[in-house]
Design a binder for this molecule. Structure first.
Ligand SMILES: O=C(O)CCC(=O)C(=O)O
Ligand SMILES: [Fe+2]
Length: 285
């Protein structure tokens, strides 16, 4: 039987979402963003996309140039760039799923990265991977580290680069490679989202169109004791964080994980309550 993904409606309960994620490693939630939220988010992002060239600007490793795509625009720092992104961080379907799947493995979780991923015409398929391979130092078997949502901000089609997914691969040994018949693509309408686990094999699709841009937005939560992929303390200015809902401040790293992530060996939240210093909250002696 050809590989396929289960689609649930946005009224699905977190039990249903998690049961599907535990069984298949991935699920599409249809119409997770309403049309008003989708257009506000796209308008906010348009302002940044128009001034950004495709490809990686400051590679940390040569292999990342191809991995991130030379015809793909990626932009992070999204909590500072769009209030709609901040609203989306708190969607109950996302937070309840993270509560159920990640809280058994940590005291609380963090935003790992929020990323616009716009795949341009001619882009080749991204290498299939698990997002948890960002932390190769953690020995296997690993506890579940991450849950991810890839929001379709334009329609996702096979031709324009809909995410490729290997259902069931979250249970595979690390060496197993997907055969063509085990790979499907997350075709979905703008506003829908693919939810998947950090251990599920997937990758961006090839964009074989001549003139279509596949706009996706990635939002992932990770166990709070890991270093996050995006350096959110630098991508989201402190003065912006001060005006955000408390739960968002926590998810951006302003809550200690027990004794980890502290300021003056205490809660970083105290820093957000101080008058604006414009910097790291340092006071001169
Ligand atoms: O663009 C996509 O559909 C997937 C991107 C991805 O998996 C990644 O960059 O880790
Ligand atoms: Fe990925």
């Amino acid at each position: 039987m050809a590989a396929s993904l289960k689609h649930l409606s946005s009224t699905a309960t977190s039990e249903q979402i998690c049961a599907t994620l535990e069984r298949d490693g991935a699920v599409v939630i249809e119409e997770l963003l309403d049309s008003g939220l989708l257009s506000k988010l796209n308008a906010d992002l348009d302002r940044y996309v128009s001034g950004t060239a495709p490809g990686l600007r400051n590679p940390t490793m040569d292999e990342m140039i191809e991995f991130y795509g030379e015809s793909t625009i990626r932009i992070d720092g999204l909590p500072a760039k769009s209030d709609s992104f901040v609203d989306i961080m708190l969607l109950p379907q996302l937070c309840e799923t993270a509560d159920r799947l990640l809280l058994p493995n940590c005291k609380d979780y963090l935003l790992n990265t929020g990323q616009l991923i716009q795949i341009g015409p001619g882009e080749s398929a991204q290498e299939l991977h698990c997002d948890e391979s960002a932390w190769p130092e953690i020995p296997t078997p690993k506890p579940l580290l991450q849950i991810e949502a890839m929001f379709a901000l334009s329609d996702f089609t096979t031709a324009n680069g809909a995410t490729r997914v290997v259902p069931g691969s979250h249970r595979w040994d690390a060496e197993r490679k997907a055969k063509p018949g085990e790979i499907t693509q997350a075709e979905m309408k703008a506003g829908s989202a693919l939810l998947y686990l950090g251990s599920t094999i997937h990758g961006g699709g090839a964009n074989t169109t001549r003139d279509q841009f596949r706009r996706g937005m990635f939002l992932g939560y990770v166990v709070g004791w890991l270093r996050t992929e995006e350096n959110i303390f630098l991508t989201v200015p402190l003065n912006k964080v001060r005006g955000m809902p408390t739960r968002v401040q926590e998810l951006l790293g302003y809550k200690a994980h027990g004794a980890i992530g502290v300021v003056d060996v205490g809660s970083p939240m105290a820093l957000l309550k101080e008058p604006e210093t414009g910097g790291a909250g340092l006071k001169s002696a």
